[in-house]
Design a protein around this ligand. Structure first.
Ligand SMILES: Nc1ncnc2c1ncn2[C@@H]1O[C@H](COP(=O)(O)OP(=O)(O)OP(=O)(O)O)[C@@H](O)[C@H]1O
Ligand SMILES: O=P(O)(O)OC[C@H]1O[C@H](OP(=O)(O)OP(=O)(O)O)[C@H](O)[C@@H]1O
Ligand SMILES: [Mg+2]
Length: 281
């Protein structure tokens, strides 16, 4: 039976569970459950702290897991990223009080609070900077005003938490993160693991595209196909009126409203966009 780790709470938990449900796997009935046995798919899910997931997968105790790229990197576990899942994106930044200009070099000899000590240690070591790393479990943005640190290194989503505490990010991102599906590094994937990854990938890719259908005057088909080239090429079907064709193509979700405007301006009619729930390429 395949053993898969899923975040039990926090920023990644809800979307991870929603994707697995869409991929046809059994949901947990209670948010306190730590395991779910999905006999129909021969998978057991383990609901764990996102920070711990790479450790379980890297040690080979669990086969696959969903966690944040930043958490996986900080853990130092021997894991390989099989799939970027398109949610939970964040950057990992140094920050300090906004009333002063900081550069990364200014961190030398300072106290830097973080919940990701290995990520920070590696980054500073790579720059030849020695600083005192203060390891905290969370709410790191408050540590400067409480006097335990001079600067911080933390996850930035919207940037709201930094602003609320009068902090400004500086230096480049140490890690551009999102939720990732991981396996053990250097382990060859089993058939069951490959199938699980393909199913999850089918949902993730499906969410990144929409299907566009429209009616197109035959003489405009080349121009319309250039707007919606599809993955291979658009599907073109005859219509009862010999001067028109029905066209169908997948387009990136983020572009689809613009593309619909372009098709409309060109002269296409009955332009429809529909969600893709799952796919295999
Ligand atoms: N806006 C955000 N705020 C916090 N984490 C985010 C955000 N967006 C994405 N993430 C990602 O979520 C993951 C952190 O998850 P979570 O906050 O659940 O863990 P944690 O902070 O270790 O746990 P806890 O908050 O329960 O102590 C990281 O990969 C982080 O990059
Ligand atoms: O840029 P923002 O959108 O404001 O989000 C970033 C904040 O969210 C996370 O905290 P979380 O809620 O996980 O609490 P924690 O600090 O206790 O981990 C992260 O550690 C930052 O504090
Ligand atoms: Mg957190």
């Amino acid at each position: 039976m395949l053993r898969v780790a899923v975040p039990n709470k926090g920023a990644l938990s809800e979307s991870a569970s929603a994707i697995l449900a869409e991929a046809g796997y059994r949901k947990r009935s209670d948010s306190k459950d730590l395991t779910v046995l999905d006999n129909g798919n021969d998978v057991e899910f383990f609901f764990l702290r996102p920070k711990d997931i790479a450790i379980y997968v890297g040690s080979g105790r669990l086969d696959l897991g969903i966690t944040g790229r930043d958490l996986a990197r900080d853990s130092g576990a021997q894991v390989h990223e099989q799939l970027a899942m398109g949610f939970g994106s964040s950057t990992f930044r140094y920050a300090a009080p906004a009333d002063q200009e900081w550069t990364v070099a200014d961190l030398a000899g300072k106290r830097v609070a973080t919940s990701y000590p290995n990520l920070v240690r590696d980054d500073l070591a790579g720059r030849g900077i020695t600083a005192d790393i203060i390891r905290l479990d969370g709410a790191v943005e408050i540590s400067i005003q409480l006097g335990v640190a001079d600067a911080i290194a933390d996850v930035v989503g919207s940037g709201r938490t930094l602003r609320q505490h009068g902090l400004a990010a500086f230096g480049e991102s140490l890690c551009d993160s999102e939720a990732v599906l991981i396996s053990r590094r250097d382990a060859e994937l089993t058939k069951a693991e490959k199938q699980f990854i393909a199913r999850v990938q089918g949902v993730v890719f499906g969410q990144q595209y929409v299907m566009i259908d429209y009616d197109c005057p035959k003489n405009l088909l080349d121009q319309a196909s250039a707007i919606t080239p599809g993955l291979e090429s658009p599907t073109v079907a005859p219509m009862a009126d010999p001067d028109w064709v029905a066209v169908r193509a997948m387009v990136p979700r983020k572009d689809h409203q613009n593309l619909m405007d372009e098709l409309s301006e060109l002269g296409a009619k009955a332009i429809l966009a529909t969600d893709i729930r799952s796919c295999r390429f």
